[in-house]
Every structure is written in C-alpha cells, then in structure tokens.
Design a protein around this ligand. Structure first.
Ligand SMILES: O=c1[nH]c(=O)c2[nH]c(=O)[nH]c2[nH]1
Length: 308
C-alpha cells in the first residue's frame, strides 16, 4: 500500500546479525573434524513500524538470530554451507510471521590436517588451507529458494600458453603484443542452482562444489589463452557443460599482471626463457567479468560480486 501521508517512505530494508563466526568441532573418536563458517543473516518482511514509529513488536532481535546460528550448528550440525543456510532460512521464515524473506550468506574456511612426523595424517592438528574461501547464499521467501554458491581468492597462474595480440591500437596504446606471457588471476565465482522448489530433490552440495571448482581449475589449465576473456568463458562454459544442476555462472577475474623486468641496465638478459624475472604488480589490474548462462536461463546473479 502506498502511504501518501509521509514525504519520506521506507524502501527496501533488511536486518540481522552479520558475520557470525561459528566453528564446529566433531570429536567422535580420535579423528576430529572442523567446520569453520562466517554466517550472515538478513531478514525482511513487515518491518515498517520499527522504522516509522519505533515499535519493536515485529522485531526478532539480531542477537536472537546470532544465537540461532550457534544453536543450529550444535543441534543439527553443519553438513554443508548450503544445507546450513537452508536450515536457517527455513527456520526464520516459517517460525516468525512478520518475516517474509531470509537471506543467509555463508563463507567457509577450509582446514587441512597436519601430517605428523611418522607420516600419519594428523587427527587433531590442523592448518588453515591457504586456498579459496567457499561461499554460499541461500534466499527463501516461504515459497521459492535461491541458492548461489561460489568461491573467492582462488589464485591460479599459467606460466605459458598465454598470448595477447591483435587488439585495438589508438594513440594512447603502448602495450606490446605478446605470444608468451604469464597469465595469473584470483578467481571470484558464483554459480546459481536450478533448484528452487522444496519438493524437488536437492543437489549434493558438497560434491557439486568440489566438481565445480575442479572444472574451473581444469578449464584454466587446459585453455591455450588468447585473452583472459576467452579463458574465462571456457571456465564458465565448462561448468555449464558438466554440471546439470547449475543454471548460471558469474566470474570476476582480475588480470594479475606479471611484467618482465628490464634488466639491461645491469647487463642482464631477461628474455622470458629460462629463469625469467617478473614484477608481480598488484595494481592497477585488468578486471575481466562475465556471466555465462545455460541457454534459455535467466541471468539473476548481480553483476557486481562485491555485493554478493
Ligand atoms: O587478456 C587480456 N585481456 C584484455 O582485455 C587485456 N588488456 C590488456 O591491456 N591486457 C589484456 N589481457
């Protein structure tokens, strides 16, 4: 209903506890298991009054949403980032009448076992894996689900099989064409699942994540690259080709430039062959981004991944 009595009308709003750092350690027997998550809750619904008049009658405190995250981790366990998000989203929407929509974001940090000196896998000692952060976002409005999974900070490098030439040149172009360069990036990816309906079987979230990540890595490694744009398309297309449960992939790839250093002033040849030396520049970087869709599917993942 449009309220014409107010000059300033409340628009989109949401609230909840952000970045709940929950670590669950399973200690059944000598071999322990860790799940390490950063969980953000955002609820929306009938929340006009708290903004307009300050009535908290519809407000489940953010403190309660925090407690729910920890209680659910204890009670129900953490099977996967997605499953945990689904559990929480369902709980908030179905248990609180004024809450019409819940969005749960999860970051997952992976830990690896530390091998002991007798070459056994450690049972209770872990080192944080330096690779990617896994991401999941679950949104539920009481009817439809949207699950977007992904990762960030997956840093990869090809030391050959990368060219860049044949591009537009104008009066400001100084870049030299190259048939051999280092291609490095830090992959940020999101992929949206077809699954939207509770009555449909859910994907196996853990397997889906591992396979999808593998496809990203393999496409990066196996593509002879004429541009990062081409490599990126192959990465997304490979997921669409192999993972039926996924409708859409969004990729954001910073081109982590490695510049061959001019060492001639020191009488040294640095020609890109054996023992070539590069300056790994951190900024500026080319930023190459695209959505790769299953033909006929809608693009629903926001273009700016920093907002997701
Ligand atoms: O793969 C690339 N794509 C570009 O669009 C581009 N532009 C540039 O300067 N270097 C590169 N590399």
């Amino acid at each position: 209903m449009t309220d014409t009595s107010r000059p300033a009308v409340l628009g989109q709003n949401q609230y909840g506890k952000a970045e709940n750092r929950v670590v669950r350690i399973t200690r059944n027997g000598a071999t322990h298991h860790i799940k390490d998550l950063n969980v953000s809750v955002a609820l929306s619904g009938d929340m006009e009054e708290v903004h307009y008049s300050g009535s908290n009658a519809n407000v489940l405190p953010t403190d309660t949403t925090k407690n729910t995250v920890f209680a659910f981790a204890k009670e129900h366990g953490i099977e996967s980032a997605e499953q945990f998000g689904i559990h929480l989203a369902r709980h908030f929407v179905t248990s609180q009448e004024p809450v019409h929509r819940a969005r749960i974001r999860v970051e997952e940090y992976a830990w690896e076992r530390i091998a002991t000196s007798d070459a056994h896998e450690g049972e209770h000692s872990f080192v944080r894996r330096g690779q990617e952060t896994r991401l999941a976002q679950v949104t539920y409005d009481g009817e439809r689900w949207e699950v977007v999974s992904g990762l960030k900070d997956l840093t990869v490098l090809n030391s050959t099989d990368s060219e860049f030439r044949g591009y537009v040149k104008d009066r400001y172009t100084t870049l030299q064409e190259t048939r051999g360069r280092v291609l490095a990036t830090s992959v940020a990816a999101r992929w949206r699942f077809h699954w939207t309906d509770d009555r449909q079987p859910m994907p196996d979230w853990e397997t889906s994540y591992e396979r999808t990540k593998q496809h990203l890595l393999q496409a990066f490694a196996e593509t002879y690259s004429l541009s990062l744009q081409q490599t990126m398309y192959r990465m997304g297309a490979r997921i669409i080709d192999h993972r039926d449960e996924i409708a859409e992939v969004r990729l954001s790839l910073p081109n982590r430039h490695h510049f061959q250093v001019d060492l001639e002033p020191f009488g040294l040849e640095n020609d890109g062959e054996d023992g070539a030396v590069y300056l790994a520049a951190d900024r500026p970087y080319g930023l190459i981004e695209a959505t790769i869709l299953r033909n006929g599917c809608e693009a629903l993942i926001p273009a700016d991944l920093t907002n997701l």
